[in-house]
Design a protein around this ligand. Structure first.
Ligand code: SF4
Ligand code: FES
Length: 365
């Protein structure tokens, strides 16, 4: 393990509390309660450990990270440890004063999520009345505070037609970057797949729109674009490969190789309350389980892309096949690829109602 590179970034899920209830949330179906959250002192220690092992960036997310009253102290600890900090926020709990406190504490960047550009639809998707109007204000406040800003839009069949206006909003706010991310269909996204999965026609139009805008806005606005696996022939390198680039810490302090890893059975994820980040990264059995290529079966084992996409997403493989060690069904070479084709064939008609992200909204085994 001596040649093991440190993770690039720490994904710090400070809390699962959130005023919004997006039906594609990346949080697990079973949400951590506030009473079990890691305390301030433990987060400060974890940030120091992260910097010590060579991590460069920390992304504060949730839930909604600004729901934590100690966020300024945690941001300050990141700055004092030399970590570049990014706040991933819905923005609805921020105001001028709280933003100034975070900037003063050393926050480096803000990523503000939007559900749509059409206010009523945005509020319906997020399950939070008045949220969109609040976000528009907060985007202005972030720019006024001098923070670099990324706008994030999660796109799907119920908002994709307004992609040009989303890009225009990014320009209006002087954002450095805009992220157009199609829903990823595991966890809450899988629960709501029929309500969210776009058609091939919608997807192709969106991809063309993004490519044209990228050319037109070169040098003014960076557009990141994440496509849905369901129309792909090859999978994405989920998280840059299992336990290769990131450590995700849950609100309760469990260390995971990805945000959905708790959906996988048979794992005993280590806690940062009892294990150092260095030990977790180097020798935790959960992190070693799918790192590299040794675990792979065919068709990945002999495939020339095995060190490019690392076999795709373990959580998607488990969600769709019941076996996390199988090739991601997003791959056309996977014997399970038909499950994705069947989901695409079954979509259409009126979208069913959302099942919103909230505790107890979905039966879990
Ligand atoms: Fe990637 Fe495996 Fe498909 Fe090859 S067979 S492209 S390694 S998922
Ligand atoms: Fe867990 Fe892709 S989300 S490996």
């Amino acid at each position: 393990m001596s040649t093991l590179e440190p993770p690039l970034a720490l994904l710090a899920e400070l809390t699962h509390r959130c005023p919004l209830q997006c039906p594609y949330c990346s949080n697990p179906l079973e949400l951590d309660r506030a009473s079990g959250e890691l305390d301030t002192a433990n987060w400060i220690r974890v940030l120091a450990e992260a910097a010590a092992i060579g991590i460069l960036q920390v992304h504060f997310s949730g839930g909604e990270p600004t729901a934590r009253k100690d966020l300024p102290a945690i941001v300050r600890a990141a700055a004092e440890s030399g970590l570049y900090s990014n706040l991933i926020t819905s923005g609805v709990l921020l105001d001028e004063r709280s933003l100034a406190t975070l900037v003063e504490a050393g926050l480096d960047h803000a990523q503000l999520s939007f559900q749509d550009v059409e206010p009523a639809n945005a509020d319906r998707i997020g399950g939070f009345k008045g949220g969109h109007r609040r976000k528009l204000e907060v985007a202005r406040l972030i720019k006024a505070a001098g923070l670099p800003l990324t706008l994030n839009f999660v796109v799907h069949r119920q908002n994709l037609e307004r992609l040009p206006q989303m890009i225009a909003l990014g320009l209006d706010f002087g954002a450095q970057r805009i992220e157009i991310a199609h829903v990823q269909y595991y966890g809450w996204g899988l629960v709501n797949r029929d309500a969210l999965l776009p058609s091939r026609v919608q997807l192709d139009a969106a991809t063309e729109e993004v490519e044209t805008a990228r050319l037109r806005l070169k040098g003014r606005l960076v557009i990141d674009y994440v496509v849905p696996d369901y129309y792909a022939a090859r999978p994405k390198a989920c998280m840059g490969g299992w336990a290769r680039r990131f450590i995700n810490i849950t609100p309760a302090g469990l260390a995971l190789p990805c945000h959905a890893a708790q959906s996988l059975p048979g794992f005993d994820f280590p806690s940062v309350r009892t294990h150092s980040l260095a030990d977790i990264w180097q020798s935790s059995p959960a992190f070693l389980r799918f790192r590299g290529t040794e675990w792979m079966a065919e068709p990945c084992r002999s495939c020339e892309r095995r060190e490019i996409d690392w076999g795709g997403c373990r959580c998607q493989a488990f969600a769709l096949t019941g076996d996390a060690a199988r090739t991601d069904p997003a791959c056309a070479l996977s014997p399970d690829h038909g499950v994705m084709e069947a989901a695409v064939a079954a979509r259409g008609g009126e979208p069913p109602p959302f099942r919103y992200r909230r505790i107890g909204a979905v039966e879990t085994a």
